[in-house]
Design a protein around this ligand. Structure first.
Ligand code: S3P
Length: 434
């Protein structure tokens, strides 16, 4: 894919449904009693992997455009799959489905592509083993063979890593456990699972613990009742457009009905409060317990000091960091990101990928174990690599727009389909060159 320098972005951007919420909607609708209609379901390849796994477990699913109908089978109505369950590139599918499958009365095998097979799964194997499931892996990596047990043993589990996927895995397993299962988190992570469980009628109890920690609990006797869902547009997908529009001064873009859940919207706070960007949110409402709003962005950046992103906020904008790294090249005092070691175990090693590609497009960047420092730089078109990672491909498409000269060639750009099929067409629709 070739991208050339742009003047600005103008118009309305049509974004896919939120990937994180779509995974949860599909999984919980399958576990519910009754039929659920999900509108604006994510078009991403990742969410298609979740639907396929559920179909292979005997769930009846029908899709028409972005609308999906799921006939819930209840918490223990899955059928033993006849083959392996393929999670493709999707870590969320593998980690959340592990939690669901651990409490079933049959064995199942979860597999993934090369990238997913390199990602750490010990983080879900440990709590699920504590709950009584037996899980075989290849030294903590997929394929995972899950010997389910029903009921599981309820546990209280303190998250060793700030991860919504681990939290969700344990809470979903808790729905098939013999009592109250709790997860304790010291850093708040995205809470889509808790919100969706409540929407479907499950009581989720939250309580403060010592040292600002939160305990989140579900009971194994909870049942879910089907309820129609509308998925908001994906704020992580919106970020690429927010960054491009912020940096290209004559821009003016609107993005309707975007999810602005506070555990996901830290990117907006950083853009507005730290970087002086012009981002406004209108018509705020709620769709099935998820806050949404229309986002408008005009070109503007105003920073007076060096900027750092570190500490607890990192968990709430972890997927937005590749795009923010590109934005860092446009900041007077640059941008430093720390405490983001988790980036190394995403779809690619995102610290290495960002640093390598930024250098190729002429940016001055320093790599740390847990982050990077980007200095203000004039970008020039160059050949960059997606490293098979959708967010790296999209971040460097934005770098290509911001370049002062030359075309940027993105190798392996087709991986954008993992979260945003049609990304380049959508971008093309709002880019102004002259
Ligand atoms: C996700 C949680 C995050 C995020 C991922 C989606 C989710 O991962 O990076 O893209 O849907 O729960 P971790 O739980 O590993 O932090």
């Amino acid at each position: 894919m070739l991208v050339r320098p742009a003047k600005c972005l103008r118009g309305e951007v049509s974004l896919p449904g939120d990937k994180s919420i779509s995974h949860r909607a599909a999984i919980m609708a399958a576990l519910a009693n009754g039929e659920t209609r999900i509108e604006n379901f994510a078009t991403s390849a990742d969410c298609a992997s979740t639907l396929k796994c559920l179909q292979d477990l005997g769930v009846d699913i029908r899709c028409e455009g972005n609308t999906v109908w799921i006939c819930g089978v209840g918490k223990s109505g899955f059928r033993k799959p006849s083959g392996d369950l393929d999670c493709g590139n999707s870590g969320t599918t593998m980690r959340l489905m592990s939690g669901v499958l651990a409490g079933q009365k049959f064995d199942s095998v979860l597999i993934g592509d090369e990238s997913l097979s390199r990602r750490p799964m010990k983080r879900v194997i440990e709590p699920l083993t504590e709950m009584g499931a037996a899980i075989e892996s290849v030294e903590g990596h997929a394929p995972l063979t899950i010997h389910g047990r029903h009921p599981l043993q309820a546990i209280s589990y303190e998250l060793p890593i700030a991860s919504a996927q681990i939290k969700s895995c344990v809470l979903l397993a808790g729905l098939n456990a013999d009592g109250e299962t709790s997860v304790i988190e010291s850093v708040p992570t995205r809470d889509h699972t808790e919100r969706m469980l409540r929407w479907l009628g499950v009581e989720v109890v939250e309580a403060d613990e010592y040292r600002h920690k939160r305990r989140i609990s579900v009971n194994g006797n909870a049942e879910m009742t089907a309820g129609d869902l509308l998925i908001p547009a994906d704020i992580s997908a919106a970020t690429f457009f927010m960054v491009a529009a912020t940096c290209l001064y004559q821009s003016n873009v609107r993005m309707p009905n975007v999810g602005i859940n506070p555990t996901r919207s830290a990117v907006i706070d950083v853009l507005k409060q730290k970087l002086g960007a012009s981002v406004s949110i209108g018509e705020q409402r709620e769709e099935n317990n998820e806050p949404t709003g229309n986002i408008s962005v005009r070109g503007r950046l105003k920073t007076q000091r060096s900027n750092e992103i570190r500490g607890k906020v990192v968990a709430n904008l972890i997927d937005e960091l590749p795009a923010l790294a590109v934005l860092g090249t446009q900041l007077e005092f640059g941008l430093e990101v720390r405490d983001a070691g988790e980036l190394r175990v995403k779809e690619s090693d995102r610290i290495a990928a960002v640093v390598e590609n930024l250098r190729r497009v002429g940016a001055d960047v320093e790599e740390f174990k847990d982050g990077f420092h980007v200095s203000k730089s004039n970008l020039k078109g160059a050949k960059v690599d997606s490293f098979g990672d959708h967010r790296i491909a999209m971040a460097f498409a934005i770098a290509g727009l911001l370049a002062v000269e030359g075309e940027t060639e993105i190798i392996g750009a087709e991986c954008v389909d993992v979260s945003f099929p049609g990304f380049f067409e959508t971008l093309q629709n709002v880019v102004v060159y002259e």
